[in-house]
Design a protein around this ligand. Sequence first.
Ligand code: AMP
Length: 286
Amino acid sequence: MEVHKIIQSCRDAVEAGRERGQIVGLVPTMGALHAGHLSLIEAARRRCDLVVVTLFVNPTQFGPGEDLTAYPRDFDGDVRACESAGVGMLFAPTTDIMYPGGEATTVHVARLTEHLCGASRPGHFDGVTTVVTKLFHIAPAHLAFFGEKDYQQLVVIRKMAADLNMPIEIVGCPIVREPDGLAMSSRNAYLNPDERGRATVLFRALTEAQARVAEGNVDSGAVLDGLRRTIGDAGMIEVEYAEIVEASTLTPLTIVDRPARICLAARLGRSRLIDNVAVDPPGDAG
Ligand code: AMP
């Protein structure tokens, strides 16, 4: 596995792969890799000849007071994990390489970034879309793989790639969960044992809500009230938002009459966790 730390050598190596006729797949991550990341790498391996993983804790997507300095980092472990997962190339730049100073350009996706996580994390998605655009230019892949765990991020990146005619296919991958249902996340490392136990209520509340819709309860307000009650019963969890949104546009739905997503963000202690599940209108076979 090649490890690149500078932009030109990474781009040259990816372009050489393309010239050899390889289909290149990109998996952008912030490292501290877990089984969720590995599932993206596996999906990329199924469709691509050369898998490029990027490891970069992107400061511009963290707000003031967020967990940038505390964010878990494990470069050696990540290198080993990528090597055994069959990754061909790793790009792990420093912040100075990615942002040498004097940058004046931001990629902004309007509307889709204004609610859900965008409401409580101003500027977060500009940080994401700008760094992902940079990575698409540094490692010009044919496909890029993103997890449904960060569902809003996936929809925003799809929209950015479409609007800006980026010559890359965005592939969404299902959420990988712990055996008790908690969505895997590098941030789960912040949870103490008590919080870790209570965190399982998030997925339980989401699946209950999903079942209520499947039984014919299509009133989003009522379904979300039930979800908040279930989470409230677990104690000491603050729901930041819980919304049912149209799956492709993230438009909030008052009635679940089309494919949708129940999206949730919650705070437990010093951790902020997000999760989501798909919901289809009752009787919708698709
Ligand atoms: P991160 O390192 O947290 O920025 O995540 C990098 C990529 O991995 C993003 O596309 C995430 O959506 C994806 N990802 C993170 N956790 C999971 C998970 N539990 N299941 C599937 N994908 C995930």
